[in-house]
Every structure is written in structure tokens, then in C-alpha cells.
Design a binder for this molecule. Structure first.
Ligand SMILES: Cc1cc2nc3c(=O)[nH]c(=O)nc-3n(C[C@H](O)[C@H](O)[C@H](O)COP(=O)(O)OP(=O)(O)OC[C@H]3O[C@@H](n4cnc5c(N)ncnc54)[C@H](O)[C@@H]3O)c2cc1C
Length: 402
């Protein structure tokens, strides 16, 4: 780096202004901690993100964190869908395990919000006119070209040539994080060999505010309730089968999806463009380094089947921001090894079991061999009769933030 270039000082440099990076900068600013958000995208794309087809199932704890950050109030109530219950089907069986909070019909299991809407609200909550918006520097269409963590700070050079000095460098740049790699942090990566298609469908029969997860043979299907006669379709197929699916005409696609759901919701029609995602799960071997930390998908990239990636990311950023804020108030180093170790320990405890359980579910319910088919049914029956299993799942979704 050229020593004559002026250096920008900031408490925390965050790479990635996705929903997690945006919410982390927000949480820090509420603790009086300054940050710089560095993202490849232009500001216009952050302010008005395109539709990516994802409907995010938010737990009660996530809604509370978003509320504290002033993000929840920026989400139009018409964009929030209350999910009353979830049904899990296996194979060709009509039998379903139903998961519900168990109280009244007004007590929802969770709430579905389009990812595009969450991103827009997370960005809006950081604009100068938003209440509580704090000390944030924006470097859009930007990226880090190199950095070096020293005793007291991290020296960073951006693609523009700007030099930045931060007490802490945080990677929030997706499950394919290049910053994590540059930090020298290895990650366990699971290629599931399948692709996931998401898009909204209209259907003749109502869904009763119930989500469906259907582990069929050779396909996994889910429906997430939106309006009374509209749901978000989630279809998981092999890459070859997905290519054929995407090549279908509109009418053939509709007929095919109606057939896959065996007409259980009547005729179905696609009402939005489909989006396709390769299924890759990632778990970083460490969440911290010297003056460095990982948050969001850069730390834990969950398989979407259990709908927890963003929820776990929110918990993690709230945890790290609180520790940093406490250290700032007490005049301590905001990136001390003890603080970062504590964040890592707590976040691994919060994410490790669910990550492992999700991998086990994916492994079992995508295995169509006869012994696995028997086990799949047995697990579902056990879940149906064993109240503790259902209560555990429902409890996880409806638990409040601490
Ligand atoms: C189909 C699908 C359904 C899902 N459903 C749910 C659900 O129901 N519930 C749930 O909790 N989660 C769900 N998730 C997971 C959720 O979408 C992710 O956990 C969440 O988007 C992660 O946010 P993030 O900010 O960590 O990463 P991302 O959203 O991936 O954002 C990363 C940001 O980093 C930027 N970036 C990347 N590389 C660089 C770089 N080198 N330099 C600068 N900037 C960079 C990108 O431009 C982007 O803005 C789902 C995911 C999928 C695919």
C-alpha cells in the first residue's frame, strides 16, 4: 500500500451489504459503533432489490430483532403472511405430520416475507431520515483487494485505492464468501447435487395458511402460503430434471406442477418468473480470526429445507453487536480475542445442532431406497405420535428473542 494515501478510520468494516450485513451495521450503530459497508452492488440495487423468488419464513425471535432495528415497521403488513401450521408429507402417503404452535388459530407458527421486501426494509432503516440511523459509510460497487490484521487494527485496501483502518473486519459476503477464504478460514461444503426452483403459483383451493413440505420420491416439494389462493412453490430436482422443467411451456409447466401435487390444491398456474438455486450447505470451521469475524451465510450457509439461514444469521449478528457494544461502553477493545471467542462459542452452539439435523433430514428424505423409505415413514409417524418432537420444532419457530 502507498503510505501517502489518506486512511479512513472506522470501528468495523463489513464486506457484504446483503440482509445480514445491513442489519449488522444497523445493530452496531445503535450501540454507538461506526461501520463501513462494502458491497459489489450499486446503491440502486440495494435500495430496490429485484425479485429473487425467496419467501423467508421468519421466527418470532427474528421478528423481534427486526423490530428492534426499525426494519419490521418498514415492512408493509400486506407483505407479511402469517403461517398457522406446517404439514410434512412423505412419499405417496396422504398422511401428514402437522406442526402447529398448539394454542389458538391466532397464534402463528411464523411469518413469511419476500426476501426482496426484507432487503429493501433493511436498507431503508439505514437511511439518514430513518429513526436511529447512525454512523455508516457506504462503499457500493466496492470490494476489498487486500487486508492485513495487525496488533491494534486491520489495514484494508479497497479496489478504488482507498485505505481503511478498522478495529474489526467482518465477512457477510454470502456462503461463497471470498473474504472468508482470504481470511484463511476453511469451511465444510456440502454439494447436495440438486437444484431448487422457487416461484409463486395460483391454486384453485385455499391453503388454510398452512405450509406444505412434501418429501416425494425423486422430488421434494414445498408450498409456502401467500394469499388465500396463492403460494410460493419450492421444487427440488436433479440438475437434468430441472433443465427439462425450465424448458416447459407455461401451460405444460402449470399442468406438470398440478400433477406433482396430485391436484390436492386444484389446478395451479404460475404467476411469477421461476428462480433456481444450486443446493450447497456450508459450515465454516471457525467463525473468528485475529480481528476478524464471519456472520450470516458466510459463517453458516443452511440448506433452505428447514428455512433457518436468515433466522440464524440474525441471531448471530445480534449476539456479536451486543458484545461489541458492551465492550465499547466499558472502554474495552471491541475485537479482543476473548470477545470473539465468546461470539464463536455461542454462535456455534446455536447453529451446529440445527445444521447437523438439517443435513440428516436432507440425507434421509432424498434417499428413495426401500430401507430409507421405511425409516422415513417411521420418523414421520414417531413425530406425529410423539408430542415432544412436534413441540420442539414448533417451539423453535415460535420462541422469542432474548
Ligand atoms: C430458496 C431459498 C429460500 C430460503 N428461505 C429461507 C427461509 O425461509 N428462512 C430463512 O431464515 N432463510 C432462508 N433462506 C436463506 C437466506 O436467504 C440467507 O440466509 C440470507 O440471504 C443470507 O444473507 P447474507 O446477507 O448473509 O448473504 P447474501 O444474501 O448472500 O448477501 C451477500 C451480499 O454480499 C455481497 N458480496 C458478495 N461477495 C462480495 C465481495 N467479494 N465483495 C463485496 N460484496 C460482496 C453480495 O452482493 C450481497 O449483497 C433461503 C435461501 C434460499 C436460497
Amino acid at each position: 500500500m502507498d503510505d501517502s494515501t489518506p486512511t479512513t478510520q472506522v470501528d468495523v468494516a463489513i464486506v457484504g451489504a446483503g440482509p445480514i450485513g445491513l442489519c449488522f451495521a444497523n445493530a452496531l450503530s445503535r450501540q454507538g459503533v461506526s461501520s463501513m459497508l462494502i458491497d459489489r452492488q450499486p446503491r440502486s440495487a440495494m435500495a430496490d432489490p429485484g425479485n429473487d423468488g425467496r419467501e423467508i419464513a421468519l421466527t418470532r425471535a427474528s421478528q423481534q430483532i427486526l423490530d428492534r432495528l426499525g426494519v419490521w415497521s418498514g415492512i408493509d403488513p400486506a407483505e407479511r403472511t402469517r403461517m398457522r401450521a406446517a404439514k410434512v408429507f412423505d412419499g405417496q402417503s396422504l398422511f401428514a405430520m402437522e406442526i402447529a404452535p398448539g394454542a389458538t388459530r391466532d397464534d402463528p407458527l411464523g411469518c413469511l416475507v419476500p426476501n426482496r421486501v426484507i432487503r429493501r426494509a433493511a436498507y431503508g432503516a439505514l437511511q439518514p431520515e430513518a429513526p436511529g440511523a447512525g454512523d455508516i459509510l457506504w462503499r457500493d460497487e466496492g470490494e476489498i483487494v487486500r487486508f492485513q490484521a495487525n496488533e491494534a487494527a486491520v489495514d484494508i485496501e479497497l479496489g478504488s485505492g482507498e485505505r481503511v483502518q478498522a478495529s474489526l473486519l467482518v465477512a457477510a459476503d454470502s456462503r461463497f464468501s471470498t473474504t472468508r477464504r482470504a481470511m484463511g478460514i476453511p469451511a465444510r461444503t456440502y454439494q447436495h447435487g440438486e437444484q431448487m426452483l422457487v416461484c409463486r403459483m395460483h391454486h384453485d383451493e385455499p391453503h388454510d395458511q398452512t405450509a406444505w413440505e412434501w418429501f416425494g420420491y425423486g422430488q421434494t416439494l414445498a408450498l409456502l402460503p401467500v394469499d388465500t389462493h396463492c403460494s410460493s412453490l419450492v421444487l427440488t430436482l436433479s440438475p437434468e430434471a430441472m433443465a427439462q422443467q425450465l424448458a416447459l411451456s407455461d401451460a405444460a409447466f402449470d399442468a406438470d406442477i398440478t400433477r406433482r401435487f396430485e391436484g390436492r390444491l386444484g389446478a395451479m398456474h404460475r404467476i411469477a418468473e421461476p428462480h433456481c438455486y444450486p443446493l450447497v450447505s456450508v459450515y465454516a470451521e471457525r467463525f473468528v480470526g485475529h480481528r476478524q469475524a464471519l456472520i450470516g451465510d458466510a459463517a453458516v450457509g443452511m440448506h433452505p429445507v428447514t428455512a433457518h439461514g436468515f433466522n440464524l444469521g440474525l441471531q448471530g449478528l445480534a449476539r456479536l453487536a451486543e458484545l461489541v457494544g458492551e465492550a465499547r461502553q466499558q472502554g474495552r477493545d471491541i475485537a479482543s480475542p476473548a470477545l470473539l471467542r465468546r461470539y464463536q462459542r455461542e454462535q456455534r452452539l446455536a447453529t451446529g445442532p440445527l445444521f447437523a439435523a438439517t443435513l440428516a433430514i436432507v440425507g434421509l428424505y432424498t434417499d428413495d431406497r426401500p430401507p430409507a423409505r421405511l425409516l422415513r415413514k417411521a420418523v414421520l409417524r414417531a413425530g406425529e405420535t410423539a408430542w415432544p418432537i412436534r413441540r420442539l420444532i414448533a417451539g423453535h419457530l415460535t420462541r422469542s428473542a432474548s
